[in-house]
Design a protein around this ligand. Sequence first.
Ligand code: SF4
Length: 751
Amino acid sequence: MTDGARTATHSEDVSQDVVTHCPYCALQCGMTLRRTGERVEVLPRQFPTNRGGLCQKGWTAAELLDHPDRLTTPLLRDRPGGQLRPASWPEALDRVVDGIRRIQSRHGRDAVAVFGGGGLTNEKAYALGKFARVALGTRNIDYNGRFCMSSAAAAGMRAFGVDRGLPFPLADLGTADTLLLVGANVAETMPPLVRYLIEQRQRGGTLIVVDPRATATARQATLHLQPTPGTDLAVANAMLHIALAEGLVDKDYVAARTTGFDQVRRVTAGYWPARAERLSGVPVADLEAAARALGTAERAIILTARGAEQHTKGVDTVTAFINLALALGLPGRPGSGYGCLTGQGNGQGGREHGQKADQLPGYRRIDDPAARAHVAGVWGVRPDVLPGPGVSAYELLNALGTDGGPKGLLVFGSNPVVSAPRAARVTGRLRDLDLLVVADFVRSETAEIADVVLPTAQWAEEDGTMTNLEGRVLRRRALRPPPPGVRTDLALLSDLADRLDHVDGATGRGRQRFPAAPEQVFAELRRASAGGTADYAGITWERIDAEDGVFWPCPDEDGPGTSRMFVDRFPTPDGRARFLPVEHRPPAEELCPDYPVYLTTGRVLTQYQSGAQTRRVEALRRAAPNAFLELHPDLAARLGVDDGDEVRVTSRRGEMRAPARLTPTIRPDTVFAPFHWAGAARINSVTSDALDPISRMPEFKVCAVRVEKVPGELPPPGPPGVSAPTSPHGHDGPRGEVGEGPVSERPEVTP
Ligand code: SF4
């Protein structure tokens, strides 16, 4: 079943136009690409999620297609410390395959690892997982989505038996009487989504935002709770405590549809409001107002995002909010529920089809004998040749080049030199490898230190599918083929597989087993996912075209997809959702005299992820040319820092330098830095590599730091795409939040 009316598409009436979606975030805004002479123009289009809106990243996405930094030939480094030089494809592929063979013959199959990305299409994520397990025979594969969504994924799996970001259509947000956003700054990360918040408030709804910063989103809220970083769990438990005390719990729902409530009731008894205020800094009155607004609403939705997740207790924090949602009887009711706002473009699909360390396609577990037998059957290998589970992303990166760790790494769709926590150590580990291969379309910071760089296609040059934050499977369509010298990731994997012997001893079947045609890969993915949690068996490209996307699970071609989950039962063995008791605990690092300030990190409107793409787009670079450190004027006064001064942020792991940006919108005990920049402005040199014990997600959102004014000059510009500041503030506008609000300044186009 799909949601919303079918949208007219440009491709039906303009032959040069291609109907597709934005390459960046999980909102996957609908857009049309129009070729006008040599230029490719981006036009927004009506789609159920973006309703004709785009943010500046989407508007400018086509600028990278013909960017001067575009890679169109493979690059090789002949010796450590040498320069990358152009090479032919056969030479580059031979170098990769020779390196893999040499490493695996010396150190075993697990000595070659694969690192994927949450922006890869479903087909690529699937093919990468299969390539690792079948062509390389390694257990060592994981991806950067581990840094983004894995805590909510784990919490959803253990409470609901399934991990689908939003188990209801996005349009439900506009109909909720009360909407609670936890650690989500959608006004900057997904601006078109803000129109649902506007709709919700125009209908008289209450918007509550939980965030240590008064972000562009929090400033639109009816009520803003501003907790100390790392204390969201206490806030959630306190709200449930208040709901219990005031008789707001839906006892019938709890009795009929859940298990485990008594234990949770006992634990939340310890979170009386005054104690929660001491733990979190959120006033009792605000905790009570938030609990009452949720508990008395006819329709209420709770959404969490990275602010709740990127902690050493991220899974438990999300669980606390799920407990609250279940106690109020929200999941499965129209206009109500709990959801996670997925971040990366294919953050949802990318975590379903096998590029996770412990996973096989269809969200199957790799240690489940039945799952192994099913997938091995689709792949044409014996189940016993499939490796077991590997380790999580940071653990994998941290083991590179060490005794017993991988000696070779293939990177697809990721830039860990900038995006990994404790990035200086990770960069050192990458440098220690015998073979680092990076597939990318620009020389990202990770490509810069690679032994082999393989130029790959961009989003407008390939077909495939993406799964958005609602679990809606969408079509990505090619406007044009890749330029000469460039291959798609699927073609690249096919070429590599053809050069490698398969794990079962068969040879010469690489291209057959690893087809380069995305529709062929999707057909295989459907078979591999059939019967799994994320079942795509009934989804065809034709259906996606006809129905504005198809929601999984969709096991049957003749049956509807599932836009709204949990209506009658949860996909757990007994059909009930599970309450799980969770307790507040401090972050891995607490403040101390040497490191007396909390650091939290996040995004800005006009940059995306590690910035390897968006820092190269002129309009985005002008809007947000540099990193900055946001700090409260009271803290700045104590430190002797003025707006625009260069400051150094130091943690136990490293330092970062950037201009200070003074704002009263942040807590005086906390500083904030965006994570899109490299070089001296790389905040991940500072962030913590402490991991959640369940999801293995790093604690990006809080660590202890020292902030000092740096006398003298600003540091020189960083690697490509990092420009020097253009103003004493290091940004063009008052806050660099250009176009704050639902869409950019460009006009909307409604087909
Ligand atoms: S919100 Fe912006 S980045 Fe995200 S999909 Fe839409 S246009 Fe792209």
